[in-house]
Design a protein around this ligand. Structure first.
Ligand SMILES: [Zn+2]
Length: 460
């Protein structure tokens, strides 16, 4: 894809335009130095405000206490009660219930914090207006209406609610731990693989919702994102402000699309698989974006391999129901011998399989990979990026390049398992499904992909 140079004005204009889309419920976004000073602006005088926070200290780039400042600004206008979530906050049932109860009497909810805290805040606020002061440029999930919650230890993305207003203060971002902002870059590089997966799924009729505008909303600025890497690594406020704009636009693109496909493809399913492996053992999970960043390089390699394979001529074989069920259940038995996890994944996978086995589906895919291949290949290549460039940007930012280097390292066996079986966990169609259908996603293919990544200093 020819990348359009992003001026700050172009990104800001794109964000403003996306806010007008009927699928987007976010009222306003303010991004820039010092914008937190306006946090009380949308709130009517005298309103009852629940201020949701954790106990992690947030200092801005000059050492100012961000939470105390926000509380003081709110108190000038409203009746504020603080809802404090203690310790290392996870979005589990107990914590979410405590937040819901703490915010019960408020007219407005204001969350100051991370992606996890904001996800909890979206649930706690429900239908009521919610203001988020973002603490780091760590994920794209501040500007959307979804929350990642833990249900019986399994990570689930659930529909929650759009915030009314989002404040992204670059002085606050620059004061955040560098690893959080580097993680944001990792979440953002999924733009180099996820839209291609989404396009691919439309070729098999699995995703009627392909929307070219939503797919390239951030992707068309790919070169600019890669160009931010050094500044993200050194916590440069201007680079972080730009990264936050990308993350915001990415969140909004999911609202425009009405689904997470613009920024969630195989790289996210690999990350979900690793989270499930940790979760099954009662372990903490890694920083989301950092994990997604490493996975994205591997998926970009997988994409390159499959394009070459199709060029050489590929046969499509859709598995029978019995074989598929055995494969799905077998893949998850390792984590959950009770079979519950396998059942849940089979429920999702069997929908995808039914679609693939429906009349005409394979013929359509076969035509796409033969007669119409030149056209589709061109479009896919326009959405993809070379794995070398993605890896280079992560390295320049000082972001992890290996799953073993994450804050919650994954073992080599888990990495191989996650790559090989990620297509079995959900109903979304990705490059892993395509590779599998053409017989190009065996344990040997996973090894070959890892070996190519190794040459880039990336991998398990
Ligand atoms: Zn993500």
């Amino acid at each position: 894809m020819t990348s359009t140079p992003a001026s700050p004005a172009a990104l800001a204009a794109d964000i403003e335009a996306a806010l007008e889309h009927p699928g987007v419920g976010l009222g306003s976004v303010r991004i820039g130095p010092g914008v937190r000073a306006g946090v009380a602006d949308p709130i009517p005088a005298g309103a009852r405000v629940a201020l949701l926070r954790d106990t992690v200290p947030y200092a801005d780039v000059d050492g100012g206490d961000v939470k105390a400042e926000v509380a003081a600004l709110l108190r000038e206008r409203a009746q504020v009660s603080e809802v404090v979530l203690e310790g290392d906050v996870h979005a589990d049932e107990e914590t979410v219930a405590a937040a819901v109860e703490g915010c019960a009497d408020a007219d407005w909810v204001v969350t100051v914090g991370s992606g996890t805290l904001s996800d909890i805040g979206k649930v706690a606020a429900g239908e009521r207006p919610h203001v988020i002061v973002q603490s780091a440029a760590s994920v794209n999930g501040f500007a959307d209406d979804q929350s990642v919650l833990l249900k019986s230890g399994v990570k689930r993305t659930v529909l929650s609610a759009w915030p009314r207003a989002l404040y992204v203060d670059s002085e606050v971002l620059a004061g955040a731990p560098a690893k959080l902002n580097r993680s944001g870059l990792g979440d953002m590089v999924s733009m180099f693989t996820a839209p291609a997966d989404w396009y691919l799924s439309s070729l098999v009729g699995l995703d009627g919702g392909w929307n070219a505008d939503a797919a390239v909303m951030t992707r068309r600025y790919g070169d600019d994102l890669l160009g931010l890497a050094g500044g993200v690594g050194s916590s440069d406020p201007v680079a972080l402000e730009r990264l936050a704009e990308f993350l915001t636009l990415s969140g909004l693109s999911m609202g425009v699309a009405g689904q997470t496909s613009p920024s969630s493809g195989m790289e996210h399913t690999v990350s979900h698989m690793l989270d499930m492996a940790h979760g099954a053992r009662g372990e903490r999970t890694a920083l989301h974006g950092s994990q997604v960043g490493v996975a994205t390089v591997l998926v970009a390699i997988a994409w390159r391999r499959v394009l070459e394979r199709i060029d050489a001529g590929a046969e499509i074989n859709v598995p029978g129901e019995e074989d598929a069920e055995r494969a799905v259940r077998g893949a998850f038995e390792r984590l959950d011998p009770s079979g519950k996890m396998g059942q849940e994944c089979w429920d999702a996978y069997s929908k995808k399989l039914a679609r693939l086995r429906s009349p005409g589906a394979v013929d359509a895919l076969r035509a796409a990979l033969t007669a119409d291949w030149t056209e589709h290949r061109g479009r896919l290549e326009g959405l993809l990026e070379r794995p070398e460039r993605i890896a280079g940007a992560l390295a320049e930012a000082g972001a992890p390049l290996r799953f073993s280097a994450l804050d919650r390292p994954a073992g080599e066996d888990d990495v191989r398992w996650a790559l090989l079986n990620c297509h079995l966990m959900r109903d979304r169609f990705t490059v892993a499904d395509l590779s599998f259908l053409i017989g190009a996603w065996t344990a040997e293919d996973v090894e070959a992909t890892l070996a190519e990544a190794e040459a880039l200093g990336v991998g398990a």
